[in-house]
Design a protein around this ligand. Structure first.
Ligand code: NFE
Ligand code: MG
Length: 482
């Protein structure tokens, strides 16, 4: 008989995620992922000054505010018809790069490593699921040391970010048209010092630790957690000041891999479906530029605050694995089918941390002290814009509609909405749900397999639901007042 396992909340991720699976003969036969946190940024943005959008949206998340800030100013650049000068583009990338390094180190050491590394019997290493810790003692002990060292590296990455971003989280330097910070030789030198130390940690500690885990857990964990095998990347980190409508002049290229074929991305084929989400059914299936976020908390059959984004009606995984697969990075592509797995995701993330760090060193050399970082602009009375970028956790899109100089509509479709969303209108499970279905669960009382799979996607529910504040809930009838 099938047994139900509920993990609620899944810890060591950002935000509140519940997973519910049915297990029969030690195998998952059905899975549901539910975002159980309702916030509401898109609604709060309505009626505001468009220039402020990048400051509000950074409050979506304290882990990836930079990704929201950058995507928002790309969206505003588009709506305002303004292009940043080279220094502005590069400083934007350096701030975002610093956040990537912090975020990937955070994910491997502080969120996921404890699924594979057995720490001492003290916080933060307990409580934990028991059973499957395979690293030899000396490798395990080193990894525990690195857990501590990684905390310092993250602190340094945040300090590096603040050299140009002014502060972290929620940088103040981002603006449409560029950045407000100036470039000086002192700032470049300060940034470079941090970057060299963090790059050395990534290349000499983080990547070897991921390889050590892969070496010991690889026999099964390069095959578990496959998912939908459709991969989507919008592309990110612009490398040119010229127009780049296809998104190819970027460190991460735009593209997708759908049902076994590489293909280009047409943003108009993106929709969000809400049959199983707590939003009004009338809003389902819309392109985000015309979409709406209308909560329906009592909707029958719904089980998540996440919507279900689809490309041409199909679920797609986003994130480091999608970027590296779409970008045909040789070490990742050489894994073949093994890439579509829990360890494939960790490997792709580590490889890309190094890629970003080394690219940042080149970008620093391209800065020209004293040159402008900002192009002035006017806010149009009416307009619309799209920002497409890659957050650390994957493809991130923001859409704005401006009317009477105010925000008429703002929609964000974020990485964890793609990965962690529920079933769509046709009943197709989302990528994390698909990765859970078919997975082994050796001991239903210690379902470590489930959390290893979920964490390989590095989910963030704060991002995925991104609604800021519920001011009150009346008793009867239940109604959310925004
Ligand atoms: Ni809150 Fe985020 C990232 C974004 S994830 S962490 O990276 O956008 O869905
Ligand atoms: Mg949204």
């Amino acid at each position: 008989m099938a047994q139900r396992i509920i993990v609620d909340p899944v810890t060591r991720i950002e935000g509140h995620l519940k997973i519910e699976v049915e297990v029969e003969n030690n195998k998952v036969i059905d899975a549901k992922t539910s975002g159980t946190l309702f916030r509401g940024l898109e609604i709060i943005l309505r009626g505001r000054d468009p220039r402020d959008a990048c400051h509000y949206v950074q409050r979506i998340c304290g882990v990836c505010p930079i990704a929201h800030g950058l995507t928002s100013i790309l969206c505003l650049d588009d709506a305002f018809g303004v292009k940043p000068p080279a220094n502005g583009r590069i400083v934007r990338n350096l701030i975002q790069g610093a956040n990537y390094l912090q975020s990937h180190i955070l994910h491997f050491y502080h969120l996921t490593a404890l699924d594979y590394v057995k720490g001492p019997d003290t916080a933060p290493f307990i409580p934990r699921y028991e059973g499957d810790y395979r690293l030899p003692k000396e490798v395990n002990d080193k990894a525990v040391e690195h857990y501590i060292q990684a905390l310092t590296m993250r602190k340094k990455a945040q300090e590096m970010l603040a050299v140009f971003g002014a502060k972290m989280p929620h940088v103040t330097a981002y603006t449409a048209g560029g950045v407000t910070e100036q470039v000086t030789p002192e700032k470049i030198a300060q940034f470079k010092n941090y970057l060299q130390e963090i790059t050395s940690f990534i290349d000499n500690v983080y990547i070897p630790d991921v390889l050590a885990v892969a070496g010991v857990y690889g026999d099964d964990w390069f095959a578990i957690g496959t998912g939908c095998k459709n991969m989507l990347a919008y592309g990110g980190f612009r490398l040119t000041d010229e127009d780049d409508p296809d998104g190819q002049a970027q460190l991460f290229k735009r593209g997708r891999y759908t049902q076994g074929q590489y293909a280009s991305v047409d943003k108009m084929k993106i929709t969000e479906e809400v049959k199983y989400s707590w939003y009004e059914d009338s809003t389902t299936g819309k392109y985000p530029g015309e979409g709406a976020t209308v909560p329906a908390p009592d909707k029958k059959g719904a089980y998540s605050w996440l919507k279900a984004p689809r490309y041409e009606g199909l679920p797609h995984e986003v994130g480091p694995l999608a970027r590296q697969w779409v970008g045909k990075q040789k070490d990742v592509v050489n894994l073949g089918e093994k890439a579509f797995s829990v360890l494939g995701r960790h490997f792709a993330r580590a490889i890309e941390a190094s890629q970003v760090a080394h690219a940042m060193a080149e970008w620093l050399n391209q800065l020209v002290p004293g040159q402008p970082t900002y192009t002035p602009f006017n806010v149009p009375k009416e307009g619309a814009g799209v920002g497409l970028h890659e957050a650390p956790r994957g493809a991130l899109g923001h859409w704005i509609v401006i009317k009477d100089y105010k925000i008429e509509n703002y929609q964000a479709v974020v990485p964890t909405t793609w990965n962690g969303g529920p079933r769509d209108d046709k009943g197709q499970p989302g990528p994390i749900e698909q990765a859970l279905i078919g997975a082994p669960v050796k001991d239903p009382n210690n379902p470590i397999e489930l959390v290893r799979i979920v964490r390989s996607f590095d989910p963030c529910i704060a991002c995925a639901v991104h609604v800021l504040e519920v001011k009150g809930i009346t008793k009867e009838p239940k109604k959310y007042i925004i």
